[in-house]
Design a protein around this ligand. Structure first.
Ligand code: NI
Length: 266
């Protein structure tokens, strides 16, 4: 029963994610045509640090399904904190949260007004289905973007998965990030260059890259606009001294990966 609920969650989450991230199915198609099998390393969710919605409360949905809480990460500049959860045989789940109390008054007011539209006693699994109970004005969205791109993304997309991640180790031909990145660039995809195309190193046991987010339509209070949506990430993991694959994350790399949903030119 439990597995069913979890499998359903990942299936629905992937469908929702693909709706506004057409690059994902294109990349999967290119890779499967090349004979590759695609294994998902992790999904990333974004939320707010506030009662009932925090990353740890969201994580309870996964721990109830047999996941274990593992790493904890701080992003002081972006005013974010994150945790990751693991369960054998399933993608890892990386959940970050915006530290609302570190935002200025106007930002906090805009976001708290949005959050006040969530019906009381909404469970996390209902929240995943609802995704978003509000509409924001484009003016407020733009103001948020100037303060926190992460917060602006949440205001536009709600609790939709932010990214899925191809585990590069499991690819046969494109089995390292350099090769995969070259292939993606040849196919015309734009890679996130913040902090370098490849974030992390083999010494850190994790290397990551990602495409810049696709752009997709969002209904704002004052009309429909195209804004950055979600992106695809690629992770290459290395073996620890004990012979086990490193399953954690590197805060300095994740910090730059967050910028995949930034507006270009900023
Ligand atoms: Ni990620």
């Amino acid at each position: 029963m439990k597995h069913q609920e979890l499998n359903n969650y990942f299936e629905t989450a992937f469908k929702k994610y693909c709706e506004n991230t057409p690059s994902v199915l294109k990349i999967n198609q290119f890779l499967t045509n090349a004979g590759e099998e695609i294994i998902n390393d992790h999904i990333a969710l974004r939320t707010f640090k506030t009662k009932g919605l925090s990353a740890l409360e969201m994580g309870e949905f996964f721990t109830a399904q047999g996941y274990e809480q593992k790493g904890e990460y701080d992003f002081p500049q972006k005013k974010l904190k994150a945790y990751h959860f693991e369960k054998k045989g399933y993608p890892k789940v990386f959940i970050s949260e915006l530290l609302l109390d570190k935002m200025n008054e106007r930002t906090k007011n805009i976001l708290e007004t949005l959050l006040s539209t969530i019906p009381e006693k909404t469970s996390i699994s209902e929240l995943f289905k609802l995704e978003k109970t509000w509409k924001i004005s484009f003016e407020d969205y733009e103001y948020l973007s100037s303060q926190t791109e992460y917060g602006a993304w949440l205001a536009a997309w709600g609790f939709r998965p932010n990214h899925f991640t191809i585990l590069v180790n499991k690819l046969n031909h494109y089995s390292n990030l350099e090769k995969l990145n070259e292939f993606l660039k040849e196919k015309g995809f734009l890679l996130n260059q913040s902090g370098g195309e490849i974030k992390g190193s083999s010494e850190q046991l994790l290397q990551q890259s990602s495409i810049m987010a696709d752009r997709s339509m969002v209904e704002f209070k004052d009309g429909i606009k195209e804004v950055p949506s979600c992106y695809y990430e690629f992770a290459e993991r290395f073996f620890k001294e004990d012979g086990q694959l490193y399953e954690g994350f590197i805060a300095a790399s994740a910090d730059k990966i967050f910028e995949s949903t930034n507006e270009l030119g900023k």
